[in-house]
Structure formats: structure tokens, C-alpha cells
Design a protein around this ligand. Structure first.
Ligand code: PGA
Length: 256
């Protein structure tokens, strides 16, 4: 059985004080709950180290929202994987749709970031997903497959179990419009088939495939009940501790 993973992606919200406060609130609320999923929080870079401290006595893991492919050098404004490893990050989100579409990161650029994250013993959360126009043109599965190919094709077979995949349809992120269970099921099943084909049945079966895009307490249970949904990447709703916890609880055995 796969342990689900629920990641709160705080994006560019909250300074250091607000982030620590939110992290502490989540730690406190989760402490009284049976752990039904692994949980990670991805605060903005300036709050990473202090949120890491706030999470130290808890089972909640620290995640970064991005990293650069180089170890160091003349890359103004960037943060490298060794820097994130040094402050105790466990996960790094790579290829988030806002990185792809707002900051024009290409498949090739994102693919270069995977190995450096793995080299720090951190786990990439590799995001894929189609735009609305690609969905309308029935290109969803082609786009997702091309994105998977870009990052996973060159990897040694043995490392796939150190990677999480997140399916995030671009049109569902931050829009309040989430994909229907049928749409999620179709794409997640096709990602699962891709993983089994590329890495063999048992390795392909074990990779977590998260869903992201307007996950809220109101729709979390229905999405969590889909067979190939092994967790969530939560944006807006992760900025409220109660909402976030109720999304995590969608994976409680009775709920799933
Ligand atoms: P959202 O964001 O939950 O606000 O739609 C999800 C994400 O960007 O990871």
C-alpha cells in the first residue's frame, strides 16, 4: 500500500513570522490526528529554514518550491539543491506550472534539475499538466507524456522510487475550477501505465502520483477516493491550517 503524501505549497505568500505561525498551527492540529498521510510544507524561500525549525519535533517534512540545476555560480536570484539540502529540505517541487508558464521554464530546463535534487538525497515532486487549450485540442495525454519523458527518460531505473509525480492541470490551478474525478482518473491511470512501462511493474506501481489544482476540503474526499490518486499538492487551501488538515484527512482509511 502506498502512503499518501499531501504537500502544502504556500507559493509567494507569508513572510517569516506568518509562515512560522502557520507551520506551528498545522503541527499542533496534526498532532491530535492519526497520521493517515505523509505531510510536507513548502513555504517561500525566506521562511524555509525557520519553518524547518518549527517542524523539527514533528513528522511533517520540509519542501522547497523550486531549485536550480547548478551547484553554485553566477545565477542571480536562484537557489541550488545543495543549499536546500543543507537546511533540511526533504522534497523539492520541480516544474510547477507557474514556473513553466509564468517564468518560461522549459521541459529541458526542468529535467536538468532532477538529478541535483536526488544527489542531495531529497525527493523531487515533478509536476506535469496541460493548459486549457491543450485539453480542448485533446492533447492532454501527449503533453503529459512528453513532460514525463523529458525528466524521466534519462534516469537510471533504480531511482524512480525516489520521485513523486504531481498531475496539475494548468487550468485548474488557483482558479477554483478542479478537474472532474473522471478527468483525474484518466490522466493518473495513464501516468501509472507510463511508469510501469518504463520502469517495470513493481517499481512503476510504487511511485506516488499526486493531484493538484483547486483541491479544497469540499472536493478532497472524492478526489482521494480515486485509485491512482496517492496524495495532493495543495495551493490556496494550504494557507489555512484547518482547511489543510481536513484535506489531509481525506486520506484517512475510512474516507479513502
Ligand atoms: P491551488 O494550487 O490549490 O491553489 O489550485 C495548486 C498548486 O499550484 O500546486
Amino acid at each position: 500500500m502506498i502512503t499518501p503524501l499531501v504537500v502544502g505549497n504556500w507559493k509567494m505568500n507569508g513572510g517569516q513570522a506568518a509562515s512560522i505561525q502557520l507551520a506551528r498551527q498545522i503541527v499542533r492540529l496534526l498532532k491530535n490526528q492519526p497520521m493517515c498521510a505523509e505531510v510536507a510544507l513548502a513555504p517561500p524561500f525566506t521562511a524555509l529554514a525557520s519553518v524547518g525549525q518549527a517542524l523539527r519535533q514533528s513528522a511533517i517534512k520540509l519542501a522547497a518550491q523550486n531549485s536550480h540545476w547548478a551547484e553554485s555560480g553566477a545565477f542571480t536570484g536562484e537557489v541550488s539543491a545543495p543549499m536546500l539540502g543543507e537546511i533540511g529540505c526533504h522534497y523539492v517541487i520541480l516544474g510547477h506550472s507557474e514556473r513553466r508558464h509564468v517564468f518560461h521554464e522549459s521541459d529541458a530546463m526542468i529535467a536538468r534539475k532532477v538529478a541535483p535534487v536526488l544527489a542531495q538525497s531529497m525527493r523531487p515532486i515533478y509536476c506535469v499538466g496541460e493548459t486549457l487549450s491543450e485539453r480542448r485540442r485533446k492533447k492532454t495525454l501527449n503533453i503529459v507524456t512528453a513532460q514525463l519523458d523529458a525528466a524521466l527518460k534519462g534516469l537510471a531505473k533504480g531511482v524512480i522510487d525516489k520521485i513523486e509525480i504531481a498531475y496539475e492541470p494548468v487550468w485548474a490551478i488557483g482558479t477554483g475550477q478542479n478537474a472532474t474525478p473522471e478527468q483525474v482518473d484518466q490522466v493518473h491511470s495513464s501516468i501509472r501505465a507510463y511508469l510501469k512501462n518504463s520502469f517495470g511493474d513493481s517499481k512503476g506501481k510504487a511511485v506516488r502520483i499526486l493531484y493538484g489544482g483547486s483541491v479544497k476540503p469540499e472536493n478532497a474526499s472524492i478526489l482521494a477516493a480515486i485509485d491512482e490518486v496517492n496524495g495532493f499538492l495543495v495551493g490556496g487551501a494550504s494557507l489555512n491550517a484547518e482547511s489543510f488538515i481536513s484535506i489531509v484527512q481525506a486520506f484517512a482509511p475510512a474516507a479513502k
